[in-house]
Design a protein around this ligand. Structure first.
Ligand SMILES: Nc1nc2c(c(CN[C@H]3C=C[C@H](O)[C@@H]3O)cn2[C@@H]2O[C@H](COP(=O)(O)O)[C@@H](O)[C@H]2O)c(=O)[nH]1
Length: 319
C-alpha cells in the first residue's frame, strides 16, 4: 500500500525524541526537505493533477523486482530459503494484460534450482565461472562445439536428446543457442582480435553448430517452400493442435529444419566460393525475418512462397 510520507509539523511525531531512537521507515532527510511539504501543498491547492496510488504500488513493485531481487544470481535462485518457489512464481507472474499464466512453472523451478546448484557447487556461482572452467579444461583451445558439449555434460536440463526408433538422437537447441548467443555477445570488434571465449588457433568454429530447432524457423522454412508439409500436418497446424515433445510430427519438424538449414548453408558455400558460412547466422537471419514478417515489417519478393501456417505448438522444456 502507498503510505503517505510524514510531513514535518510541530505536532508531528517525527521529531519527537523518543521516535528518533526507534527505527523509522522513512528517511528523516526526506521529511526535513521542505520541497516535499511544498509539493504536497501545491498539489492540494491546485487540485489539478492526480496521483494514481495503484500505479505507484505497481511501479514500486516493478522497481523492487528490477533492483531488489537478485533473480539472475545463481546463489540466490538456487536457495529455497532465500528465494522460495512463491517468490519465483511472483517474479514470473502474468502481466495484467495477459490471458495466460506462465506455463510449466514447476519444470522451470526445478531447472532453476538444478542449474543454480551446479553453478554454485562446481563453477563459483556464475556463468562466468563456468566459462572460465571451460577455458581451463580446454587450455583456451576449445571451440563452440566443445562448449556445447561442456554445457550438456554439466547440466542435465540441457540434454535435449532422446531415444527415437532405437537410436539416441540429439537436438541441443538450448545448449547451442546459449553458446551462439555467448559467441555473438563477445564477438570482437576487430577481425584481428581473438575471440575472448575461444582464443585458440582454430577460433570459435561457429560453423560447427547447427540451427536451433524450435518452432519459428520451421515455420519460415515452410513459408519459403524449403520444407514441404503433408496436407494433414497443415490441417493440424491451422487447428492449433498440440504436438507432444517426441511425437512423430515434432521430431520431423525439428529434424527437417536442421537438415534444410545445412543444405542452404552448403548451397551458400558453393555460391560464395567456399567462404565460411554458418548455420547459426542463417538461423539468426531466418528468425529475425520471421519476426518481421509476423508484424508486417518485411515481406518476401521474387521467390515462390507458401501461405504462412501457424508455428507448431509443443509444450516442452527443450525450446
Ligand atoms: N531458433 C531461434 N530461436 C530463437 C532466437 C532468438 C533470438 N535470437 C537473437 C539473437 C540474434 C538474433 O538477431 C536474435 O535477435 C530467440 N529464440 C527463441 O525464441 C523463443 C522466444 O524468445 P524471446 O522472444 O527472445 O523471448 C525462445 O525459445 C528463444 O530461445 C533465434 O535467433 N533463433
Amino acid at each position: 500500500m502507498f503510505t503517505k510520507i510524514p510531513v514535518a509539523t510541530s505536532s508531528s511525531p517525527v521529531f519527537d525524541e523518543k521516535h528518533l531512537e526507534e527505527p523509522f521507515p522513512h528517511s528523516p532527510a526526506h521529511v526535513a526537505n521542505p520541497v516535499i511539504s511544498s509539493a504536497e501543498f501545491v498539489l492540494e491547492q491546485t487540485n489539478f493533477i492526480k496521483i494514481n496510488h495503484d500505479a505507484v504500488q505497481n511501479a514500486a513493485e516493478y522497481v523492487t523486482l528490477e533492483e531488489g531481487i537478485p533473480i539472475t544470481d545463481p546463489k540466490f535462485y538456487s536457495s529455497e530459503t532465500q528465494c522460495p518457489d512463491s517468490l519465483i512464481a511472483h517474479v514470473f507472474r502474468a502481466a495484467p494484460e495477459s490471458a495466460e499464466i506462465l506455463p510449466l512453472l514447476n519444470e522451470r523451478l526445478a531447472i532453476m534450482r538444478e542449474v543454480g546448484a551446479i553453478l554454485c557447487s562446481d563453477f563459483g556461482g556464475s556463468y562466468l565461472g563456468f566459462l572460465e572452467a571451460f577455458q581451463r579444461k580446454y587450455e583456451n583451445q576449445g571451440t563452440a562445439l566443445d562448449l556445447v558439449r561442456f554445457v550438456t555434460d554439466s547440466f542435465p536440463s540441457f540434454r535435449d536428446e532422446r531415444l527415437f526408433n532405437g537410436r539416441q538422437v540429439f537436438f541441443w537447441k538450448r545448449p547451442q543457442i546459449l553458446v551462439a548467443e555467448t559467441w555473438a555477445a563477445f564477438y570482437p570488434e576487430s577481425p584481428d582480435t581473438p575471440h575472448p571465449i575461444f582464443p585458440g588457433p582454430s577460433g570459435p568454429r561457429i560453423s560447427g553448430l547447427t540451427m536451433f530447432a524450435d518452432y519459428r524457423v520451421p515455420q519460415i522454412l515452410h513459408h519459403l517452400c524449403i520444407l514441404t508439409y503433408p496436407a494433414s500436418l497443415i490441417r493440424k497446424l491451422r487447428k492449433g493442435r498440440r504436438f507432444e515433445p517426441g511425437s512423430r510430427e515434432e521430431m520431423s519438424l525439428r529434424a527437417a529444419s536442421i537438415i534444410a538449414v545445412e543444405h542452404v548453408r552448403n548451397e551458400m558455400i558453393t555460391i560464395a566460393s567456399n567462404r565460411e558460412v554458418s548455420s547459426v547466422l542463417i538461423d539468426f537471419y531466418l528468425w529475425d525475418l520471421a519476426k518481421k514478417l509476423e508484424v508486417g515489417e518485411d515481406h518476401i519478393d521474387g521467390i515462390q512462397t507458401n501461405d504462412i501456417v501457424p508455428a507448431h505448438r509443443t509444450r516442452s522444456i527443450w525450446y
